[in-house]
Write a new protein. Structure first.
Length: 323
């Protein structure tokens, strides 16, 4: 919780930043700071920059801006940074707006992210998604994928309806396949994730595609694996890639646990005598103490039963190994 001094400092920063921005951008622009709901109901302060007669509304998270100022960045420098982005994005949007509205382009760039359903139930009323157990696969459109990062927007219901692609569930396999093409999967031992030596990591890393291409390669019991995508952003979605769970079951030679580390990755574990309540408790504790609230995927562990091609929720749907 912020104390009164911190709140006053934050308010003064926000007021000064907006004043500098209006001086640099001109009278046709106006600024607005609002609280927006992010994943899992987390509220964030966002600075919007609006221009008269323009559909482009760049936004900036104030927590990151204030943190930069706290670390020594001047308000003037931050205002210049925002100004350059605003003017650059305005030009880029004007050049790309026609492309963004093309059905063929949208279809080519559709992908999904995996989030908790109940924690995001209110926001999902305006989203396009498919339910999967207690999770939701939400449809997005990729607008940029470069070394600088990934940019996208959540697909609005109106645009989805205009595409005339049918029911969400019926079309989901197409989106899942496209997501896999845009963000290929990645599997590695958990030890590799924490190696500090880049040279050693490059030498020892075991890519997922290499494992899948070798039928004799078996995934070991009691060894933790990290499953994500090549970008390691919103990588939990990989579990819904076409045939992914069955491919993993073949390597494990049976069922396995899926531990929701975050929306960015999951952990995989093969084991016959693992206390599921203990695993669930571990996940809840890690979510409460180690994971950012908006990055929490779920509070319970899952188990994949290959004989039934079914993913079940441990502790809720599983009794003596049966779904």
């Amino acid at each position: 919780m912020q104390n009164e001094k911190e709140k006053m400092c934050r308010a003064s920063f926000e007021e000064e930043l907006q004043r500098f921005l209006l001086e640099r951008l001109g009278a046709e622009y106006r600024t607005e700071i609002s609280r927006v709901r992010k994943n899992n109901g987390v509220m964030k302060e966002v600075l919007y920059i609006r221009k008269e007669n323009s559909e482009c509304v760049p936004c900036f998270y104030m927590d990151e801006m204030f943190q930069s100022h706290h670390l020594g960045e001047s308000v003037e420098a931050l205002a210049d940074y925002v100004r350059n982005i605003v003017l650059g994005e305005s030009t880029a949007v004007k050049e790309q707006v026609e492309k963004y509205m093309q059905k063929e382009w949208i279809e080519h760039n559709l992908f999904f992210r995996l989030i908790d359903f109940e924690k995001n139930k209110e926001d999902l009323e305006q989203a396009v998604y498919v339910r999967f157990r207690d999770l939701a696969a939400v449809f997005y459109v990729l607008t940029e994928d470069s070394e600088e990062g990934v940019k996208s927007f959540r697909l609005p219901q109106k645009i989805w309806e205009s595409l005339e692609l049918g029911e969400e569930e019926a079309y989901f396999p197409v989106i899942a396949e496209n997501t896999q093409k845009l963000f290929p999967e990645r599997l590695e031992y958990i030890e590799y994730m924490v190696l500090e030596s880049v040279e050693r990591r490059l030498r020892l890393e075991l890519p997922f595609r290499e494992i899948i291409s070798k039928p004799e390669q078996e995934l070991r019991s009691n060894q933790l694996y990290v499953l994500t995508n090549q970008r390691k952003i919103n990588g939990a979605a990989v579990i819904l890639y076409p045939g992914m769970l069955d491919k993993l079951a073949k390597r494990f030679r049976g069922g396995f646990y899926i531990i929701p580390s975050s929306i960015h990755e999951v952990l995989l574990l093969k084991g016959e005598e693992i206390g599921e309540e203990r695993l669930n408790g571990m996940v809840r504790e890690v979510n409460e103490t180690q994971v950012e609230p908006e990055e929490v995927l779920a509070d319970q562990v899952y188990y994949y039963v290959p004989e039934k091609h079914q993913l079940i929720i441990c502790g809720q749907e599983r009794t003596n190994g049966e779904a």
